[in-house]
Write a protein that binds this ligand. Structure first.
Ligand SMILES: Cc1cc2nc3c(=O)[nH]c(=O)nc-3n(C[C@H](O)[C@H](O)[C@H](O)COP(=O)(O)OP(=O)(O)OC[C@H]3O[C@@H](n4cnc5c(N)ncnc54)[C@H](O)[C@@H]3O)c2cc1C
Length: 445
């Protein structure tokens, strides 16, 4: 459907995640007109999704309304709309009501979606952890099971969980869930912890990390009671079980999918756009798209060249820095200068395994640290990422140290509201998060 075309000299940005917000901020700082389009009226901070899913943080703490983020940016117009088509030839987007927004440049920052790799039943029955709505849906589902078990309506094995994928997402949610279950059992809210299985095809957890981190993560998780099953693939997912490729099955009502991601559907469907690994846009070193002047792709939606023929990973710091860099290149182009190749300042890789347990690999030689030092590194990087949406990173830091050090069993209160970060926000600054609790609604995201 082609509707009214809204043409301006603005830079059009698709997606208000870490990449899109960084890009719009830099352009807005220079007084450049920007139209930022996102289907949600808020920015979501994915690194803390597992905290929402395990009731450690309320969802609204990691979902910041775009209009609040840009309230001091008069040249940035925020549109809340679902984009159905990306037109790289005409530098425009079509929204679900048919309206077309075009501009001088088009920045594709639509992020990613969970990738189920065609595993039968996964899209229907597994819980992905990619958005605030996903995290809320999972929290409500587990909460329902805990209530039913504590009231004797379900057997205690109804709390068994299967996590698919031993990367940072799978490891972090496994660590948080084992702690949550242990705390609920200690408080006699449930008769005993549910078993938490962590399945991965590979022979280690945290595959991208060093062997010392692999061992650290494995030891911490098993000490906490988790049950990693490595060298094992998931053959199919059902409402009541997961079937594995070794012929065995695990009975479970909760399968959490941390098994991979690919570019947002609207990016993969864009006519004329060359996509590569993970359906992401293959960009040139300066973040432009070959053969399409004026088009940039950044963050999780792009395959960004790194050193020695590598591609940069899907990380918050890559997203934020590429957004800022794309804006810098657009400013250069507007001044008649050529865009410059992106230089990524590597912040390292890190994962939180649980309270008092984290791994980080930082610096050029990927120096490995763990425990509180790793947590401090995690905190520094994540406070910086969050500062793009929240000006009060110190509130986040004080909440996070409290979380890291406090006695979880003594503080978890499943039915109560989780402890908030003291942002000091205006009460009216709330995001509109809608959570569909049935599985079928998720398939259309
Ligand atoms: C569970 C999890 C934990 C993570 N933990 C870490 C971590 O600890 N450290 C780290 O560095 N990185 C982490 N990451 C990765 C990091 O969060 C991402 O790399 C980063 O958020 C990508 O930013 P982005 O702006 O490219 O995409 P996103 O943040 O996904 O933003 C894309 C935006 O585009 C919008 N959009 C998409 N399609 C449409 C459409 N059709 N119409 C309108 N709007 C649309 C979406 O609503 C979204 O707001 C984690 C990711 C996940 C999923």
């Amino acid at each position: 459907m082609t509707g009214q075309r809204n043409e301006s000299g603005n830079v059009v940005v698709l997606g208000g995640g870490l990449a899109g917000v960084a890009c719009a901020h830099r352009l807005g700082d220079e007084g450049i007109g920007v139209t930022l389009v996102d289907r949600n009226d808020y920015h979501q901070f994915q690194p803390l999704l597992y905290q929402v899913a395990t009731a450690q943080l309320p969802a609204e703490d990691i979902a910041r309304p775009h209009r609040v983020i840009f309230h001091a940016y008069p040249t940035v117009e925020v549109r809340t709309a679902h984009v159905t088509e990306v037109d790289v030839a005409n530098l425009s987007l079509t929204m679900s009501d048919g309206e077309v927004v075009g501009g001088s440049h088009l920045v594709i920052a639509a992020g990613a979606q969970p990738e189920f790799f065609g595993v039968p039943g996964a899209a229907e029955h597994a819980f992905p952890l990619y958005s605030v709505a996903d995290a809320e849906r999972l929290r409500l589902h587990v909460q329902d099971l805990v209530r039913a078990v504590s009231e004797g309506q379900l057997d205690e094995d109804a709390l068994d969980v299967v996590v698919v994928g031993g990367g940072p997402t799978g490891v972090e949610i496994t660590g948080a869930l084992t702690e949550l279950m242990a705390a609920l059992a200690t408080m006699d809210r449930i008769p005993k912890s549910g078993r938490i299985f962590l399945i991965d095809r590979g022979s280690t957890l945290l595959g991208a990390f060093s062997s010392r981190s692999h061992k650290y993560a494995h030891k911490k998780l098993t000490t906490q009671g988790a049950e990693p099953r490595l060298d094992t693939g998931v053959a199919s997912v059902h409402a009541d079980r997961v079937e594995l490729d070794d012929g065995t099955a695990i009975r479970t009502r909760t399968v959490i999918w941390g098994g991979g991601e690919s570019a947002a559907p609207v990016v993969q469907a864009a006519a004329g756009l060359k996509t590569g690994r993970g359906g992401r846009v293959d960009v040139l070193p300066d973040l432009t798209v070959e053969g399409h002047p004026g088009v940039y792709a950044i963050g999780d939606a792009a395959n960004i060249p790194g050193a020695h023929g590598t591609t940069l990973p899907q990380l918050g710091s890559v997203a934020q820095q590429s957004g800022d860099w794309a804006a810098g290149n657009i400013l250069r182009e507007r001044n008649g200068q050529p865009p410059q190749p992106f230089h990524y300042k590597d912040k390292g890789i890190m994962a939180m395994i649980g309270r008092n347990a984290a791994v980080a690999e930082v610096g050029k030689h990927r120096h490995q640290v763990d425990g509180p030092i790793a947590f401090a590194a995690w905190l520094g990087v994540h406070a910086m990422l969050l500062s793009g949406a929240h000006s009060k990173a110190d509130a986040f830091i004080s909440w996070a140290w409290d979380y890291f050090e406090r006695d979880h069993a003594a503080t978890v209160e499943w039915s109560a509201k989780p402890k908030r970060i003291a942002w000091g926000d205006d009460a009216a600054d709330v995001p509109h998060i809608s959570v569909h609790r049935d599985h079928s609604s998720r398939k259309s995201r």
